[in-house]
Design a protein around this ligand. Structure first.
Ligand code: PMP
Length: 301
């Protein structure tokens, strides 16, 4: 039996169900996070990666959306530790916190409606093929900041990601890349994008209708440690095609090489050397092998 944490209590996952008229089910009125915890066989311990930063973003998403989370950031980190211990997790897992409007009503006015907060753990391996994937720049655009605050990780807005991914999959690709309203590269359906050109890393700026990824931030730090220059700037579609290397970053995707975009081979069609360097260092960091970044990890045992 697996436990989930819901509104301060551990309950069995089978019992954690919601009524059919739940507001969030109909209108997408939820905010959520995706966090990973990595099992480290060298010290027989499990580490949550950047738990605090994820819960800060969770709180910010809720604030932007007007959803009241009744638990502080520290309480949510503690609840996650409690849940992982209760589930006796000894493998890599994905952690899914969610706060959702749980009232049963068809009314759109959420001001006085009940909110539930839950945390769920799911065993998790690779989300995307680490040997490299093929991406399609889809015709669906990323929802623009003027239409919805894209810094908030809100359930309903993920229909934009789903339709983009389904478009890419229908054309035989592994993942979608969405442009923003101005025609610049925004992000993947669940990942931020980096390109490498002449040894320099570029990634779209955070004000450009993207989710401010925590992996994106980690990779910027890591790449600079490795001596690379990282520049946040708008990226055009042709810069994608002519890049030496392209990679995705995300909690689920980690650092995933993109070796083909719209049928055009990126670089030499193999994961690039800088991508591999960054990924290798990232995997060391998440597993607690880099002392400088130990403060990004929350040990469970
Ligand atoms: N963009 C989108 C749309 C996402 O869903 C995600 C995954 N949370 C990311 C980027 C990457 O964010 P992070 O590195 O914080 O997981």
């Amino acid at each position: 039996m697996r436990y989930v944490w819901i509104n301060g209590k551990l309950v069995s996952e089978n019992e954690a169900t919601v009524p059919i008229l739940t507001h969030a089910l109909h209108y997408g009125t939820s905010v959520f996070e995706g966090i990973r915890a990595y099992w480290n066989p060298e010290n027989n311990n499990l580490f949550i990666f950047r738990a605090k930063e994820h819960y800060i973003r969770f709180h910010n998403s809720a604030k932007i959306m007007g959803i009241k989370v009744n638990y502080s950031i520290d309480e949510l980190v503690d609840a996650t530790v409690e849940l992982l211990r209760a589930n006796e997790v000894h493998e890599d897992v994905y952690i899914r916190p969610i706060a959702f409007v749980s009232a049963s009503t068809v009314n759109l006015d959420i001001r006085n409606l009940d909110v539930s907060t839950a945390i769920i753990t799911v065993p998790f391996g690779h989300y995307l093929e680490p040997k490299g994937i093929r991406a399609k720049v889809v015709s669906w655009l990323r929802v623009h900041n003027s239409m919805f605050p894209m810094k908030a990780k809100v359930g309903g807005i993920y229909v934009n990601s789903v339709i983009a991914l389904m478009d890419a999959k229908a054309s035989g690709f592994d993942e979608a890349i969405l442009l923003n309203r101005d025609g610049y590269v925004a992000e993947g359906s669940g990942e931020n994008v980096f390109i490498v050109k002449d040894g320099v890393l570029y990634t779209p700026p955070t004000y450009d209708s993207i989710l401010e990824g925590i992996t994106r931030d980690s990779v910027i730090n890591i790449a600079r440690d490795l001596g690379f220059t990282v520049i946040e700037k708008r990226i055009t579609r042709e810069e994608l095609y002519t890049a030496d290397e392209v990679f995705f970053t995300g909690t689920a995707a980690e650092v995933t090489p993109v070796i083909n975009i719209d049928g055009k081979i990126i670089g030499n069609g193999e994961p690039g050397s800088i991508t591999l360097k960054v990924r290798s260092y990232y995997m060391d960091v998440v597993h607690g092998r880099v002392s400088k970044y130990k403060n990004w990890l929350t040990p469970i045992y």
